[in-house]
Design a protein around this ligand. Structure first.
Ligand SMILES: Cc1cc2nc3c(=O)[nH]c(=O)nc-3n(C[C@H](O)[C@H](O)[C@H](O)COP(=O)(O)OP(=O)(O)OC[C@H]3O[C@@H](n4cnc5c(N)ncnc54)[C@H](O)[C@@H]3O)c2cc1C
Length: 474
């Protein structure tokens, strides 16, 4: 029986292992995870009755693979709580609601937008020009930055005050560098069809029942009732008896040999017929460098950003001055000087079980591409800066009763200009290496819905190649 080693036990590697276990072809599966647990960045903690997430907290229904995986494995999912308000954006010491009907980049309803304080009157007039401007003219494969696109359609102020913080909330990226085609190709489609983003958003919103909602539409999200860590735990349980699951197994190198690979770990090595690299792409670059230097170079060309999450559990009395936070959270434009936070989720308002009668949970995000200086600060400085932001923006009057800071260093790949071409070169390079596949969040989507598909497809490609190789020999 063939042995396939999967390197990396995050959701990409776990999904690959499950696909191998499901396949008709019997294979020995060895999943090698460097840390002491599976799940990668999916980590949850329980503080008494309160659940908090160190990494991701949401599954989006438009990328259904992760939701389908949960349904298959019996992981109970819950939707977001009925909204106490929409998304908020910081301006000075105020948190301003996104105007009703504002969908990501452009207003779909005019009156609520005209009344908003996010942008000045000249800024609103410039945004209004979107109704008149002609379509942009791009060659089929021409890449354009998110910032350039938004600036051309809606103006600089809309970019600084609305688009940039909303984009940072998703990609932790710098819109001047992010590729529109790789991150939000929908916007190009809307311009193509409707010419104006505003008219396009308006037409789309009319077709939806929640036309009054603004910003992120929370009905789009689900979370496991028992926390994100329940997903890898369920996969591990499903693999019981079908795969060898090893933690504390850091892969130091892979070497080619006749008919397969030797996987090197500290003090031992494994001879296998196939390898799936499901580590962060930066690790995959080092493992591949001796065998495919050009692939390693292309992988290293995908830059990363770092984010810290700071979970803070407050007594409800800490909000007595301004009242409990309403809505699901806020984002902070990078043009707001001197803030530590890039964004903050009002976790207790967002999902059930993320607070209790006495406590309210906030989850701060620090860093991202435009917050590198903040991420570089020491833990204590981050906590002090965050509390200063929360005092100014939410009127918080007491320190949290419990908090936890988790740094995710270089965990978020940036889909920058030229990403599509770079990924194509990586795919071509990897396709030329027999018995090896690459999967993860650096290529076709950063969300869990994407990586579940990535892992599965890598497993299917490897099995298909193994199948056709043995047919060739018969
Ligand atoms: C703070 C944060 C919030 C996010 N929020 C969301 C969200 O709400 N919704 C969403 O859909 N997505 C979200 N994402 C993105 C999503 O969680 C990730 O893209 C996805 O989980 C990545 O999974 P992965 O398995 O590819 O990588 P990882 O989770 O990074 O797993 C890779 C694994 O490889 C292991 N490894 C590394 N080197 C080696 C080695 N040499 N040998 C063996 N093992 C090794 C690591 O220990 C790790 O366990 C978020 C990401 C972050 C960081």
């Amino acid at each position: 029986m063939k042995t396939i080693a999967i390197v990396g036990g995050g959701m990409t590697g776990l999904s690959a292992a499950l696909a191998l276990a499901d396949a008709d072809q019997p294979v020995r599966i060895v999943l090698l995870e460097a840390s002491d647990s599976f799940g990668g960045v999916c980590r949850s903690q329980r503080w008494g009755d309160v659940l908090c997430e160190e990494g991701p907290d949401s599954l989006v229904i438009t990328k259904p693979a992760s939701i389908e995986l949960c349904e298959r494995l019996g992981v109970e999912l819950v939707p977001t709580l009925p909204s106490t308000g929409g998304a908020l954006i910081a301006k000075g010491n105020r948190l301003l609601p996104l105007p009703e009907g504002f969908q990501l980049m452009a207003p779909s309803r005019f009156l609520p937008f005209v009344r908003t304080d996010h942008v000045s009157w000249p800024g609103k007039l410039r945004m209004g020009l979107d109704l008149l401007l002609p379509r942009g003219r791009y060659a089929d494969d021409e890449d354009v930055s998110l910032a350039e696109f938004v600036r051309r359609r809606l103006g600089q102020e809309a970019l600084d005050r609305l688009a940039q913080p909303l984009i940072a909330g998703i990609y932790s990226g710098d819109p001047e560098r992010l590729s529109l085609r790789s991150t939000m190709p929908d916007l190009l489609g809307i311009e193509d069809t409707y010419r104006s983003l505003t008219l396009g958003m308006r037409a789309r919103a009319k077709a939806r029942p929640d036309a009054k909602a603004s910003g992120a539409r929370y009905g789009l999200f689900r979370t496991p009732l028992r926390g994100m860590a329940a997903i890898p735990a369920a996969v591990v349980a499903a693999l019981d008896g079908k795969a060898e699951l090893r933690t504390g197994a850091k892969v130091l190198g892979i070497d080619r040999r006749e008919g397969g690979w030797t996987v090197r770990l500290a003090g031992e090595s494994l001879d296998v017929q196939g390898v799936i690299l499901a580590t962060p792409h930066t690790v995959a670059a080092s493992l591949l460098a001796p065998h495919a230097p050009s692939v390693a170079t292309a992988l290293r060309g995908i830059r990363t950003s770092s984010t810290a999450t700071l979970n803070m559990l407050f007594r409800r009395s800490a909000f007595r001055r301004a009242g409990l936070p309403r809505g699901n959270g806020f984002v902070v434009p990078a043009v707001e000087q001197g803030r530590t936070l890039m964004a903050c989720t009002f976790a207790t308002n967002k999902y059930p079980g993320r607070g209790d009668d006495e406590h309210f949970l906030l989850r701060g995000f620090i860093g991202g591409e435009l917050g590198r200086a903040q991420f570089g600060k020491g833990d204590e400085e981050l906590r002090i800066g965050t509390m200063a932001d929360l005092r100014a923006l939410l009127g918080v009057s007491e320190d949290p009763v419990r908090s936890h800071l988790r740094r995710w260093t270089n965990a978020q790949p940036q889909y920058e200009l030229g990403h599509i071409g770079r990924v194509r070169r990586i795919e071509q390079g990897v396709a030329a290496i027999p018995g090896l596949e690459l999967a993860g969040n650096a290529f076709a989507g950063v969300g869990l819905g994407n990586v579940v598909v990535e892992g599965r497809q890598a497993a299917e490609r490897l099995l298909a190649a193994a199948g056709s190789a043995s047919e060739g020999r018969t």
